[in-house]
Design a protein around this ligand. Structure first.
Ligand code: AGP
Length: 610
């Protein structure tokens, strides 16, 4: 999604803006730009289609400097990824704006402004906003009043950064529906869509609330709430360091994040379990009581987080005895609901800023759910702020668009939640102890799977000339198969589908031939013999099988059936372990195909628009 960086300082802010944009590249984008007010108060702009490196080249070829600036990476929504559509947008060489989000009434605004003489150079919704700010400046407003006046006219979602020639000592920002933080320096201030952009210059941040507008000068920050009242917003210090979002020795962030999973899962368990029991502090007294009162669970999420929810449905019903429904947020938010009494509404999200998940949460709050619980990786996110209760995953920053460690830490947090719910609903002590022991072994067992990487890299070679792949699973391994298929398709661009293995003969078996790799997970459980029968159906049609299996349950290996043994694990925690080889497989297929692993085409890390 689009990314914003801005700064107001004594020093030249151009290098800060470019470095900030580089740090936002992971969000996904297709063009970039920056605008600066120089010492004489003149406005200069560079824009480029493609990577931030192209923008940096343009700046190097014709350098501009200045103490006030805004910059942007654009992920096209209104209008193609062209230079004309790239931000910042400028009105009559006077005002420059960067914008994330979507202005829904931009056409009406554009028509009104065209009627009074404004011309438009782009197809974006944003250009109407910058012209509207200019119109108000011409009418005598200062930059703060002009911005406040314009946003009162807007419907939709936005994070905005605004600078103007005639008001060169100020940077105005506004936020509704799209994330934006203010970075606090000494005699300088910054803005960004994500703290990661500003870590080289500050670790002190102000989180803007929905509807806030702020005026930044070098020395001060004034924040106004949605009603225009001056408000104090606390400054927090981030634990993150600038190198927390560096790749280190790894070739890609995705590889680094896959390898961080033993530690990330261990961190998510830290302080929440002791010996063979879950600690009361794991969820806090309020959440523990809530789970005790819960009669039903509704989980809502998108993408990989949705897959974690699908695994949790099996857990909630089989371990805690609680009925559980799971739905993708974009569907949940647009249908009518019958909410059963005592239903707890649970959202799952790495970023905590996914527009559909946030909208579903806001909708749920009007529908009579017992309470809302967010399982999330970003403490300062909107989802965390707006939920009644929160369980943090502790994956650390996830930069690769393909979610990996966020998924396994979500599963960890979910299983802890399920165990806490199970205990409150009569699960016996020994069952709890068995699950906790199994969970505590998972970090080490993931390390064992990571040791299989070179074997999986070799397997990946068989996929690079393939156009389709099938992932099969039964029980909790069905959502893991869905996640494996999503990983493969999003980074290698190979069409991949997941099916419950028992559904094979109801349709997808027609697709199976020697060109169709079929990937599956076979932990040792009650369903493994049934799964093996399904695999025989594949072999009989000439399909090529790749089976990640428990040694005690593995099918026999043949030329057309490669078997990779994984450590034996308790059935309940098997989803955590079996997701890892699928991540490695997708990663190595993508590397061999030469795709942009960390920033796959058309995708964004944090999907902050609908
Ligand atoms: C998966 O690899 C993707 N990054 C995507 O499906 C992601 O999980 C989805 O957009 C939800 O994001 P969230 O967890 O930040 O809400």
């Amino acid at each position: 999604m689009c990314g914003i960086v801005g700064a107001i300082a004594e020093r030249d802010v151009a290098p800060i803006l470019l470095e900030g944009l580089r740090r936002l590249e992971y969000r996904g984008y297709d063009s970039a730009g920056l605008a600066l007010l120089d010492a004489a108060g003149d406005l200069h702009r560079h824009r480029a289609v493609g990577k931030v490196a192209a923008l940096a080249d343009a700046q190097a070829a014709a350098p501009h400097s200045g103490g006030v600036g805004i910059a942007h990476t654009r992920w096209a929504t209104h209008g193609a990824p062209t230079e004309a559509n790239a931000h910042p947008h400028v009105a009559r060489d006077e005002v420059a704006i960067v914008h994330n989000g979507i202005i829904e009434n931009h056409e009406a605004l554009r028509d009104r402004l065209t009627a009074v003489g404004y011309t438009f150079e782009s197809q974006t919704d944003t250009e109407a906003v910058v012209n509207a700010v200019h119109e108000r400046l011409e009418g005598g407003d200062d930059l703060l009043a002009a911005t406040q006046g314009v946003i009162a006219e807007l419907t939709g979602a936005y994070a905005l950064g605004v600078i103007a020639r005639r008001d060169p000592q100020r940077l105005i920002v506004a936020r509704r529906g799209s994330p934006l933080v203010i970075g606090v320096g000494i005699g300088e201030h910054f803005i960004a869509s994500d703290v990661a952009a500003l870590l080289p210059v500050t670790r002190r941040f102000i989180d803007l609330q929905e509807g806030d507008v702020a005026e930044l000068t070098r020395q001060s920050v004034r924040v106004f709430d949605a009603n225009g009242h001056a408000v104090e917003r606390p400054i927090r210090t981030s634990d993150l360091t600038a190198d927390a979002v560096e790749r280190g020795a790894f070739r890609h962030f995705m590889a680094k994040e896959i390898h961080e999973q033993p530690n990330a899962v261990a961190e998510t368990l830290e302080g929440r379990v002791a010996d063979d029991r879950i600690l009361p502090e794991a969820l806090g007294p309020a959440a523990t009581q809530l789970l005790a009162d819960a009669q039903r669970i509704q989980i809502v999420a998108c993408g990989t987080s949705h897959h974690a929810g699908l695994v949790a449905r099996y857990w909630f019903e089989s371990i805690a005895g609680l009925p559980c429904d799971v739905e993708v947020a974009s569907e949940f938010r647009y249908r009518r609901h019958v909410v059963a009494p005592g239903t707890v509404f649970v959202t799952l999200s790495q970023s905590g800023e996914t527009a559909d998940t946030l909208a579903a949460l806001r909708e749920a709050k009007t529908l009579g759910y017992r309470a809302t619980l967010a399982i999330c990786n970003v403490p300062e996110s909107s989802l965390v702020r707006e939920s009644d209760l929160v369980m943090m995953t502790r994956a650390g920053p996830e930069i690769g668009v393909a979610s990996t460690k966020a998924f396994t830490t979500q599963l960890t947090a979910l299983l802890l939640t399920v165990i806490a719910a199970g205990r409150a609903h009569g699960m016996d002590r020994e069952a709890e102890a068995r699950l906790i022991r199994a969970l505590r072994q998972i970090p080490r067992q993931i390390e064992t799977v990571l040791d299989l990487e070179s074997r999986i890299e070799t397997l990946a070679e068989a996929f690079i000339d393939k156009h389709h792949a099938l992932f099969l699973g039964r029980g909790t391994q069905y959502p893991i198969a869905m996640e494996g298929a999503l990983k493969l398709k999003e980074i290698s661009y190979i069409h991949a589908e997941a099916y419950p293995a028992g559904e094979l003969k109801h349709g997808p078996l027609a697709l199976v031939d020697g060109d169709m790799p079929v990937v599956t997970a076979a932990p040792n459980n009650d369903l493994v013999e049934k799964l093996k029968s399904n695999l025989q159906e594949v072999r009989a049609r000439g399909g090529r099988l790749y089976v990640f299996a428990d040694p005690a349950a593995a099918p026999a290996a043949y030329d057309d059936c490669q078997v990779i043994a994984l450590p034996s694990v308790d059935e309940a925690v098997a989803p955590l372990l079996y997701s890892v080889p699928f991540q490695l497989l997708a990663y190595h297929v993508a590397v061999l195909k030469g795709t942009d692993v960390d920033k796959p085409r058309n995708l964004a890390k944090s999907v902050t628009v609908e």
